[in-house]
Write a protein that binds this ligand. Structure first.
Ligand code: ZN
Length: 256
């Protein structure tokens, strides 16, 4: 009886501590995401990603001027393995403490039906560019409440996965693919970015980077800092699994 109890206890301890297995023995996953469909993504981020054979996910807003002016270039990057993610049509956010949010695009006065219609229309727009029917979503301002209602469950019906904000997970147990934590990069030091990758590596989990401008602009990441991060991930390929957000989320979904 005592042996049986020890056995049951051992199985329990072993299974609860079992490490999530990343592909090819990698120790962690690294995902590069870029928000708002900016020219600098096409001009700086994509050429750097391509140089190191890495893939990015670009959460494009439907009303992005770059998406209108350079549609063919956005289509072309999807053929190189990069992903276009949904980031709404009008970039509505909760206007609390954010003066730049226009009253008509304030999530506090949206209804859940309104945001769902906007998300579906943005999917149609993106499908017209890349032909894809499966897509991921980047919550604008990482907000998931419209008119006082949490719309995460509605997002689950439309998308394969969704990116939110939050710290590096300590475990992959219970990892929520419809509200994945991510780190918003704003004028970072290369040491800060690498330390996040190392943190994910030590815990066997994942770091999702959320970039905006690369090489000049708002919430900027300097071009050389961005490149140094890509080079670091590329140099540590044996330990780090990196792919588009949708591919990494699919891997997590299928392998846990
Ligand atoms: Zn945004």
């Amino acid at each position: 009886m005592r042996t049986l109890l020890i056995l049951i206890f051992s199985v329990f301890v072993f299974s609860s501590n079992a490490q999530f297995k990343w592909p090819k023995g990698s120790k962690a996953a690294v995902v590069f995401t870029y928000d708002d469909g900016l020219d600098c993504h096409l001009d700086v981020a994509v050429p750097q990603l391509n140089k190191y054979g890495l893939r990015g996910t670009f959460f494009c807003t439907g009303n992005s001027p770059s998406l209108y002016n350079r549609t063919d270039e956005w289509r072309a990057i999807t053929k190189q393995g990069h992903e276009l993610g949904n980031h709404t049509l009008f970039h509505p956010c909760d206007g609390t403490g954010q003066d730049w949010v226009k009253p008509e695009y304030d999530l506090r006065t949206y209804t859940p039906e309104q945001i769902v219609a906007e998300l579906k229309t943005a999917n149609t727009l993106l499908k017209a560019i890349d032909g894809k029917t499966e897509r991921t979503f980047g919550y604008t301002c990482s907000n998931y409440v419209a008119g006082g209602v949490d719309f995460t469950d509605l997002v689950k019906n439309i998308f394969m996965a969704a990116r939110c904000d939050g710290p590096i997970p300590e475990t992959m147990d219970g990892y929520e693919i419809w509200k994945t934590p991510s780190y918003m990069s704003a004028d970072p030091d290369i040491k800060d970015l690498i330390s996040l990758v190392e943190k994910a590596k030590n815990m066997g989990t994942i770091v999702v980077f959320m970039f905006h401008s690369v090489g000049g602009g708002y919430l900027n990441t300097a071009a050389d800092v961005h490149e140094q991060l890509l080079q670091y991930v590329s140099d540590n390929r044996d330990d780090l699994y990196s792919d588009s957000f949708i591919n990494v989320m699919k891997y997590i979904k299928e392998n846990r």
